[in-house]
Write a new protein. Structure first.
Length: 343
């Protein structure tokens, strides 16, 4: 964004900055339909005054607020320059990232525009990309490390982003197959009492993985890829005794593995393969007294070369905004009542 002028107003320690939106960007793309994006910024900076006249925007307030507002508009312009539209959610996340970096909470150099414009996969006109700084760091870690753990609450994109990276790796011929697995813990991995064939029995536990695949690949191609063994979706028990070479392997819901299952899975790693393990240590469904393999492995493998732990939080929830608030409310309740998350 071209800032036409910046005027200092020493009285009451308020500063005013004026900057101009280039003519090639219609103001509706910057301010949002019905000024919806502008309202998000105004809500985030309640003590500042923002005014728009033509294609000039002025902001008045404390020096810190005005500097941040200028940065928000700068980042928005960088995103818009790529042809990607801005949304209310993207503006909120940009502001949160900038405020975190201002408060020393973000130690990297990634800007909101870098986070919001990093494309992982495009399919049928839809692009999958990280939406938060932690998500970007998680995706980058998958590129850099052989074994990556994505740990965080529901809705943080742990599994979805890992699957997008798996499909990207398959399409770019970095691997020859994708293996997706979860522990079928509710059925004790025995599955015997459920009706139907083997695949009908395991389907309820693996269905979320199929659903994500349908977002990333043409649905017609999935049965063909599965029949050829290029994509395999199977319960964790079916990994025993195998060595998985030249594959991108994802273990989902890893909080429901026992320590023995976790060790078994990690030692399946073969040559030219990559493993991503996702889970939420606050939602363990194991029978009472059984320790979670995902909890234990953090103590065992933390600091091991080429193993990376990415930790996401309620701030990284990309489902409905209310999901993040629900996660926060549960965390506050647990700390207030002294409840520990179930092991």
């Amino acid at each position: 964004m071209n800032r036409t002028s910046t005027a200092q107003q020493p009285s009451q320690d308020r500063t005013t900055a004026r900057f101009t939106v280039p003519a090639k960007h219609p103001m509706v793309t910057v301010l949002g339909s019905g000024d919806s994006l502008l309202r998000v910024i105004e809500t985030a900076f309640p003590s500042a005054d923002i005014h728009v006249r033509g294609n000039e925007i002025s902001a008045s307030g404390s020096a810190a607020d005005v500097a941040l507002i200028q940065r928000v508009f700068d980042e928005m312009m960088l995103v818009l320059r790529t042809g990607q539209p801005m949304t209310e959610d993207a503006v909120e996340r940009s502001i949160a990232m900038l405020k975190a970096s201002e408060n020393g909470g973000a130690d990297g150099q990634e800007t909101p525009a870098e986070v919001l414009t990093q494309n992982i996969l495009s399919n049928r006109g839809r692009t999958i990309r990280p939406k938060t700084l932690n998500q970007k760091r998680y995706v980058d870690a998958i590129d850099k490390h052989t074994v990556v753990f994505g740990i965080g609450p529901a809705g943080t994109g742990k599994t979805y982003l890992a699957m997008a990276k798996a499909v990207q790796a398959l399409q770019s011929k970095q691997v020859t197959r994708i293996i997706l697995t979860r522990p079928a813990v509710e059925a004790g991995e025995r599955l015997g009492f459920l009706p139907g064939t083997l695949y009908e029995k395991i389907d309820p536990y693996l269905r979320p993985l199929y659903d994500a695949l349908h977002d990333m690949l043409d649905p017609e191609s999935i049965p063909r890829l599965m029949a050829a063994g290029t994509i395999e979706v199977a319960p964790l028990a079916y990994m025993r005794g195998r060595t998985l070479n030249d594959a991108f392997i994802i273990l989902d819901e890893a909080q429901n593995t026992s320590p023995e299952q976790m060790k078994m899975f990690l030692t399946r790693l073969g040559f030219d393969s990559k493993i991503v393990i996702t889970g939420d240590v606050t939602q363990v469904d194991l029978p009472g007294g059984t320790k979670s393999g995902l909890r234990q492995v953090q103590d065992i493998l933390e600091g091991v070369d080429d193993v990376h732990f990415s930790r996401l939080s309620s701030q990284d929830v990309v489902r409905h905004k209310l999901v993040g608030r629900i996660v926060d409310a549960y965390e506050k309740y647990d700390s207030r009542t002294g409840n520990e998350p179930r092991h």
